[in-house]
Design a protein around this ligand. Structure first.
Ligand SMILES: [Zn+2]
Length: 499
């Protein structure tokens, strides 16, 4: 048996004695009986709640659930769309998935303890063992030999090494991803729809475990939108973001599952920021309005990268990320950057400036080079930085850096951005005020006693694919979400991924 009740000091029983065994069985029975009567009450309450919810949904015409997304409608203030050729977006009724997929989100990385709250009891299960029913809150903590779960009434259960523990609100037990749990598990005030899995993360620390939230993808997306966009942005911007975020998540999910990974996406900017269940009405509505809608190229999902502010010139995925074996998806035509109108002039970092002295720039580049194993590790004081190569939108993709001994070094735009911000001994830590924010840069020598460069930059982020501040600008001009996304990903098709 891989799950055993912890022999707690409260019982005072000698471990392994027959007497203790009888007491344990009695305690288990008492626990089961004690758990039954509140459960019966909860079941009655749930039945009432479900009845109420069904009634409420069916009488609210504004927020239908599980209805196919309507065809795109004009949004924002009703102004005339300014894009040329606003061809209607085709929605091909040819689902890529048989049913709504789930998504696994890593919501805590390498923790040694976590407190999980819930308004109902929590079911904990491990492979090949009878599930446990625990009174909330449940505290999970690392042991050298596995995990200990301590329930809200002090019962402790030890889980054997190497086993994943899956927790669900008792009301959701046995439900399919298509069915919504009536209660949410909560960590540090954040509610998570669906299940939480505690998984040993020995690659990080021998005692640490990850917390992975698994939920239906349509339940995940509102929590992404609410974090990725400002609360007062228009619905059409949220709808476009929903389609991009859904496609991104499902594409990454496909890669991760093919590789046998334990989760699909991080809850951070490493993938998409996810803040748990949300009450943001625009986010919830945008996800419902675009239910199941994804972007494809050649009939398949592609990686719909997006960033905060393009600054006017879209980046190319092949310039920013690897394109070697296993990364061929970075060659997809819709994410290579193409000339288009842009609308992100209102962004705070549409244009920005930073400064670096020649010595500081050299030291930071050398420190980055030592860390990355790049030839620039031997650079001296910098004498100039020039654009070596641009993409088809004229955004620089490579730069040449020359030092005080006349040596030249070639860096990609992303390498240069990271290197400019790299920590170097003797220089202050980078702050939002001193940070180089993108890879679209111009270096100008300033008239100063010490050779200093003014770094003039455009935008914030990698600039590939959709630009969130352009979304805002387009939505404000009344451009609907389907025209927005097709502008950012030229050649892409809008498809229904599932019904
Ligand atoms: Zn933009």
């Amino acid at each position: 048996m891989s799950v055993r009740r912890h022999n707690s000091s409260r019982s005072g029983s000698p471990r392994g004695s027959r007497g203790h065994g009888r007491r344990l069985r009695r305690r288990q029975r008492r626990f089961a009986i004690a758990a039954l009567s509140p459960l019966t009450a909860i079941a009655v309450l749930l039945l009432a709640a479900v009845t109420l919810a069904v009634w409420s949904c069916s009488t609210d015409p504004g927020y239908p659930r599980r209805r196919p997304a309507p065809l795109p409608a004009a949004a924002g203030d009703g102004a005339t769309p300014t894009l040329a050729d606003p061809a209607p977006a085709p929605i091909v009724i040819s689902p890529l998935f048989e049913a709504e997929p789930d998504i696994r989100v890593r919501v805590r990385q390498a923790v040694e303890t976590v407190r999980i709250e819930c308004s109902t009891p929590i079911e904990a299960s491990v492979p090949e063992a009878r599930p446990l029913v625990l009174v909330a809150p449940v505290i999970a903590s690392s042991l050298p030999t596995g995990l200990r779960l301590t329930s809200g009434v002090g019962e402790a259960f030890d889980i054997g090494p190497g086993l994943d523990v899956t927790l669900v609100p008792i009301a959701a037990s046995g439900s399919s991803p298509a069915q919504r749990p009536a209660a949410h598990l909560r960590i540090d005030g954040t509610d998570f729809p669906g299940a939480l899995t505690l998984r040993r993360a020995s690659d990080t620390s021998p005692l640490a475990f990850d917390v992975i939230a698994t939920m239906a993808i349509e339940d995940y997306l509102p929590g992404v939108l609410a974090k990725e966009l400002f609360a007062n942005w228009p619905l059409a911007a949220y709808e476009a973001q929903a389609v991009c975020a859904r496609t991104y998540a499902l594409f990454v999910r496909g890669l991760d599952r093919a590789a046998g990974r334990a989760f699909d996406v991080e809850n951070s900017q490493a993938d998409q920021v996810y803040g748990g269940a949300t009450t943001n009405v625009t986010a919830l509505r945008a996800v419902r309005n675009t239910r199941g809608v994804v972007l494809t190229y050649g009939g398949a999902l592609f990686k719909t990268y997006y960033s905060s502010t393009c600054g006017g010139r879209a980046g190319s995925a092949a310039d920013v990320w690897p394109i070697s074996r296993g990364f061929e998806y970075n060659l997809a035509p819709p994410i290579q950057g193409a000339g288009r109108d842009h609308y992100c002039q209102a962004a705070r970092l549409y244009r920005w400036e930073a400064t670096r002295t020649a010595d500081e720039l050299g030291k930071r580049l050398a420190a980055w080079g030592r860390n990355a194993g790049h030839a620039v590790r031997s650079i001296g004081s910098v004498r100039g930085v020039s654009v070596e190569k641009v993409n088809q939108t004229s955004r620089p993709s490579r730069y040449t850096v020359i030092d005080d001994r006349g040596r030249t070094f070639s860096l990609s735009g992303e390498e240069l951005r990271v290197a400019c911000n790299f920590s170097a001994e003797g220089y202050p830590a980078i702050t939002p005020q001193t940070r180089v924010n993108s890879n679209d840069l111009e270096f100008i020598q300033m008239p100063a006693t010490e050779l200093t460069f003014l770094v003039r930059g455009r935008g914030f982020g990698h600039g590939v694919g959709m630009c969130q501040w352009c979304l805002k600008g387009m939505a404000d001009r009344g451009i609907p979400w389907d025209q927005q996304v097709l502008t950012f990903y030229p050649g892409a098709q809008i498809m229904r991924g599932y019904n």
